[in-house]
Design a protein around this ligand. Structure first.
Ligand SMILES: Nc1ncnc2c1ncn2[C@@H]1O[C@H](COP(=O)(O)OP(=O)(O)OP(=O)(O)O)[C@@H](O)[C@H]1O
Ligand SMILES: [Mg+2]
Length: 442
């Protein structure tokens, strides 16, 4: 980098510096990148199950609907996309055309929005190339019109509905069916409705209980075959990263960078997205300081960055009441002078009430507190177990945080000025935490 007289780099240089010394192909470490088969590790079984289930495509009949489920970062989107696109090429070789439409439900809040996305996806298909307008139509009509067009121009269709459990209407009444349920019901009935029987739905979800959350009529019309994607172990994560080492110039990666990134990601439920994110962020850290190599210290800093980003992403959606509960749990681990592994629920309630007072917030009941903790558990922030204090003394729950408590506290505090009051009284809160633990254990 060219420096000015006083040694600081010029703005023009800073802006144009692409960290070329480190990355040869940084995009290879973008998590949205659909990598080739030669870079895929440890998903032979899932891939071959998907291939078998979709095989009817080759014989001009229609495959079953499929439910792909497993935790975050286990390759569901990647593998599904690769297999389906391979079928698309195979059908082209037979002079047949497969329509592949993929939508992600992450930011959608109604069945109608999902139908709009599907219509948009169909508009973009090679053989369509014209805008299909569905505004003002019922969801039922929107889908019929869209799939009539697909039926006209394609031999078969696969609709991939990614992150389907996130398709929920944020304000819905108790007895209203969830948006994902309505969508699946309608998609699975295209055959009856417009006589289009060459369509299969592949729904992807993190939720192992997804089928139980479906409304009765969706449950009876959508009968998918399951494909389960389990977590990766540290060895598989290491292999996944090894196959992307060519994102860097030769000899730029320190020997412990890949194993350490894999080890950090293995702690986090064996999540390949996290592993890939870590490796890229470690490279960014090294580039940012003009280092000639990526070293262990860069991975450690990257771990801190990535960890905070993810907490933020998850906690972003929580109400301030829930954030206070999460903060209380994190504070017990982060500020206590005792090294406890799991947080007993009575201690949590005690400290939570104290923090509520410090920030002038009405405390919720114990039941609500436990319900929130249950939600954090579903989101992978913690694990709980039930403990007994011995005969006649009742049972309680304990919580183990899956995120570094210090980062949790920092991230929540940074983003919410309401917590300033707790920070100002840090010493008092810490004393309260120790006291609550002492009362409980001693
Ligand atoms: N078996 C694998 N081999 C190589 N890379 C993988 C593998 N599995 C996942 N990855 C990489 O990890 C990242 C996350 O994978 P993917 O998006 O498929 O996860 P997912 O299961 O769909 O997660 P989510 O539930 O969060 O959507 C991607 O960058 C992907 O390329
Ligand atoms: Mg995915």
């Amino acid at each position: 980098m060219v420096n000015t007289d006083d040694g600081t780099p010029r703005l023009s240089e800073m802006v144009r510096d692409d960290g070329v010394g480190i990355f040869k192909d940084r995009d290879l470490l973008k998590t949205s990148r659909i990598v080739g088969e030669e870079r895929i590790v440890g998903r032979d079984e899932q891939m071959s199950t998907l291939v078998t289930l979709l095989k009817p495509l080759i014989h001009e009949s229609s495959p079953p609907d499929i439910l792909v489920y497993g935790p975050s970062g286990t390759g569901k989107s990647l593998i599904t996309s690769r297999v389906v696109n391979e079928y698309k090429s195979a059908l082209t070789e037979q002079d047949r055309d497969l329509a592949v439409v993929e939508i992600n439900c992450q930011w959608l809040t109604s069945n109608f929005q999902a139908c709009e996305k599907i219509a948009e996806g169909v508009s973009d298909l090679d053989r369509v190339g014209e805008e299909i307008s569905v505004s003002g139509l019922s969801t039922h009509k929107a889908l019929s019109e869209t799939f009539n067009i697909v039926d006209d121009r394609y031999d078969a269709a696969i609709i991939i509905v990614d992150e389907i459990d996130l398709l929920v209407n944020p304000v819905k009444s108790e007895d209203e069916e969830p948006a994902f349920s309505a969508l699946l019901y309608q998609l699975s009935r295209m055959d009856d409705l417009i006589g289009f029987d060459d369509m299969s739905v592949i729904a992807l979800t993190n939720s192992p209980d997804f089928m139980r959350e479906l409304d009765g009529r969706a449950e009876s019309s959508f009968n998918p075959r399951d494909v389960h994607f389990p977590d990766y172990d540290a060895n598989q994560l290491r292999e996944i990263l090894r196959k992307r080492e060519d994102a860097f110039f030769p000899d730029v990666l320190g020997g412990d960078v890949v194993p350490l990134s894999a080890a950090f990601a293995a702690q986090d439920h064996g999540d390949a997205r996290k592993a890939v994110d870590l490796l890229r962020t470690a490279g960014d850290e090294a580039s940012a300081e003009d280092a000639d190599m990526v070293r262990e210290e860069h991975v450690r800093r990257a771990q801190e960055e990535v960890e905070k980003d993810r907490i933020l992403e998850i906690a972003h959606g929580y109400s301030s009441g829930k954030k206070t509960v999460l903060l209380s749990a994190a504070v017990i681990r982060a500020w206590s002078s005792r090294d406890i592994e799991a947080i007993p629920s009575p201690v949590l309630k005690d400290v939570y009430d104290y923090i509520c007072k410090a920030i002038d917030h009405d405390p919720k009941s114990k039941d609500t507190l436990l319900r929130y903790m249950g939600e954090f558990e579903t989101n992978g922030l913690l694990d709980s177990s039930i403990k007994s204090r011995g005969l006649g003394s009742g049972i309680y729950k304990t919580f183990k945080l899956n995120r570094q408590p210090e980062y949790l506290v920092e991230t929540l505090m940074e983003r919410d000025s309401r917590f300033d009051g707790a920070m100002e009284k840090k010493d008092l809160v810490a004393t309260k935490v120790d006291k609550a633990l002492e009362d409980f254990y001693d």
